[in-house]
Design a protein around this ligand. Structure first.
Ligand SMILES: Nc1ncnc2c1ncn2[C@@H]1O[C@H](COP(=O)(O)OP(=O)(O)OP(=O)(O)O)[C@@H](O)[C@H]1O
Ligand SMILES: [Mg+2]
Length: 374
């Protein structure tokens, strides 16, 4: 029932009951007794619906509608009709008291609702906080894992590197005993190549473990990227991949560890090339953002048209030793991330499976950090 209809219902019922009073002959007092009690229905309803004021207003309207009936039809003798006058008093008491009680009840339920909403909000905050705690814990566990691995790696590297050097050295001597084209020459070549690969893995381990001090010097992002292009262009050509550097006209020159940055960029580009099929392309582009503001940043984007990364894999690619390649170590991106973050930057990987991957490196640059061309 619509709320706006309520006053009309009350009014109609009061008019109806009053008409019954006025139209029923006085020689049927038992009917008048019933009608007299019927007035309580609209009074109680008004009290429940509209509270104290509603109950009292309704009982007053009933009193006004009923009074002429006592006065003019019954004669209005106070002593004879005392019971009817008392009923009028009772109407008003019932209207006021029921209204008051209903109002209090409503106020209490509103308060309870507010408390429930407050509780819900605190529950939500608590939930968010616990989610954050879980995330921090996960991060802590990961860094703990990394530092334990780092310690192990340092010991391992020490133990592995020297024998590796001897193996390589002796293999090189042996190689000279066989002519080019001799199968044994080729086997020894493989042995040397694999030893080099093993050495690289050990080097990577060391990079992860040692908190090597950063060697900061003025460093041009553009020349680092040009060097990367030179390094990987023959590999890209052999794989029939189009490789291009689309540099922003303004270079970023700032204090950084160029060698480390180059290593990070190299890891990202190699991944892009490895993921791209022949005929595909790998584009490196740079962009200067929020120039002339304290938040100026340089974005370096590595976009490939390769296989892409599915959502599940995407959550794991920064984990050390996570790899989907048969001969990968799974350290490339973990190292790159560490290097970029140690420069105060961030590394973002976005991918559309089947269409390619974009890795964005964001480096913050101070006001005087953009180079000569600014
Ligand atoms: N551009 C990319 N396209 C598709 N997958 C990628 C790309 N870059 C990274 N990945 C995925 O992320 C994984 C982790 O990369 P990461 O460079 O850390 O290790 P890796 O390349 O497997 O081994 P490593 O670099 O140590 O030789 C890869 O195995 C690959 O599945
Ligand atoms: Mg890699």
């Amino acid at each position: 029932m619509k709320k706006v209809a309520r006053p009309f219902i009350l009014l109609l019922s009061i008019i109806g009951i009053s008409l019954l009073h006025y139209l029923t002959p006085l020689n049927m007092p038992y009917l008048h007794d019933i009608y007299q009690r019927l007035y309580y229905l609209p009074i109680i309803l008004a009290a429940i619906w509209f509270g104290f004021r509603g109950g009292l207003t309704c009982s007053l309207v009933v009193s006004i509608a009923y009074a002429p009936h006592i006065l003019f039809q019954w004669g209005g003798e106070i002593v004879v009709e005392i019971e009817k006058y008392l009923e009028i008093v009772l109407y008003n008491i019932v209207g006021a008291v029921t209204g008051l009680l209903a109002q209090r009840e409503r106020e209490r339920s509103i308060e309870l609702q507010k408390t429930a909403e407050g509780l819900k909000a605190s529950y939500r905050t608590l939930e968010q906080q616990s989610e954050r705690i879980i995330a921090i814990e996960e991060q802590l566990r990961r860094s703990e894992k990394l530092s334990t691995l780092g310690e192990m790696a340092a010991v391992l590297a020490h133990e592995i590197r020297n024998p590796l050097g001897s193996i390589r050295g002796t293999a090189e001597i042996l190689r000279d005993d066989y002519k080019l084209g001799d199968p044994k020459h080729e086997f020894i070549e493989i042995q040397i190549r694999e030893t080099e690969r093993l050495n690289r893995v050990v080097e990577d381990f060391l990079h992860m473990s040692r908190q090597q001090p950063m060697k900061l010097h003025q460093c041009s992002i553009q020349s680092e990227l040009e060097m990367i292009i030179t390094l990987v262009s023959s590999d890209a050509k052999n794989r029939h991949i189009f490789l291009e550097l689309q540099a922003h006209p303004l270079d970023a020159v700032f204090r950084a560890d160029g060698e480390k940055l180059r290593q990070a960029f190299l890891n990202i580009v190699i991944n892009a090339i490895q993921a791209t099929p022949p005929g595909g392309n790998v584009i490196i582009s740079t962009e200067l953002r929020d120039e002339n503001t304290p938040n100026a940043q340089y974005n370096i984007r590595f976009r490939d048209s390769g296989s892409g990364i599915d959502a599940d894999t995407l959550t794991k690619i920064f984990e050390p030793f996570y790899t989907t390649k048969p001969d990968g170590t799974g350290l490339g991106l973990a190292i790159a991330k560490k290097i970029i973050e140690s420069h105060g930057g961030a590394l973002l990987v976005e991918s559309e499976p089947g269409h390619g991957t974009t890795v964005t490196v964001t480096l913050p640059i101070q006001k005087d950090a953009t180079g000569g061309k600014l």
